[in-house]
Design a protein around this ligand. Sequence first.
Ligand code: MN
Length: 305
Amino acid sequence: MTTTGMTTTASHKTPARVGLLGLPTDINSSHMRGAAKAPQIIREAMLSPSSNRWSETLVDLEAPGTLNDEGDVALQEDEGDCDRITEAVERVMAKGLTPLSFGGDHSVTYPILRAVAKRHPKLSILHFDAHPDLYDSFAGNRLSHACPFARIMEAGLARTLVQVGIRTLNAHQQDQARKFGVTIIEMNDFDVRRVPIPSGPLYVTIDLDGLDPAFAPGVAHPEGGGLSVRDVVRVLHRIKGPIVGADVVELLPSADVGGLTAVAAAKLAKELAGLIVTSHAPAQRSRPGSRPGRGGARGSRRRRS
Ligand SMILES: [Mn+2]
């Protein structure tokens, strides 16, 4: 396997361009506030000279035009923010960019999806989280960060929703999952190679509390027994795409320990950016089919394992 061949392939394609969008909001957080401070911290960690700007899939994110920082949306922490987020994502997509958003709390995914699903009406969602976020309403708030996937599924914004890392199911959310036909991979049953990756246009949303608190202590709702950063990366590498949008949410900087969670968020954002670029490429044949975890799920070798 030569890295030069893979790099050349990436640069010769017409890759997607990524639009980084910060969503500094925590008005819909139900417990601890502070996620609004996350976007700038994730951005800084992503661009930190402590690492280089290549994804593990060998995409050079510093290549001209690849990463486009669209700044933070000027949110007001009022009811109008939902529309402001939708409009901001529409603007990013109108520039030909694929939105990679940083929350903020998880409530942002609903207004983001309103914009993305308009362009990609048959999209599916791959969702990493400790929580299903399927409450019909939480503490009287139907836009709570505990509810976005109920709103998304009610509105018909996704054809499939696959949730990974879930370890907080209660009776109500089990009912909601049945009602909306959600595929839930509970943490206890998690196996990288068995996560069903939906085909076709895919939106990826990562709540950092899907990670184990050992890897991501800086969240408002830490829940033990979770995913490792490597688990998530390996699932991401199985995506065939195209990835039509993604978000990384729920970093709570005030609860972080030594910047661990910010670094994990940046790592996942970098991998997502690399995958956005290559998942839109017309030909995947030069991509390393032999690469572990990447596109191998349908290969015969994988099937036997
Ligand atoms: Mn969560």
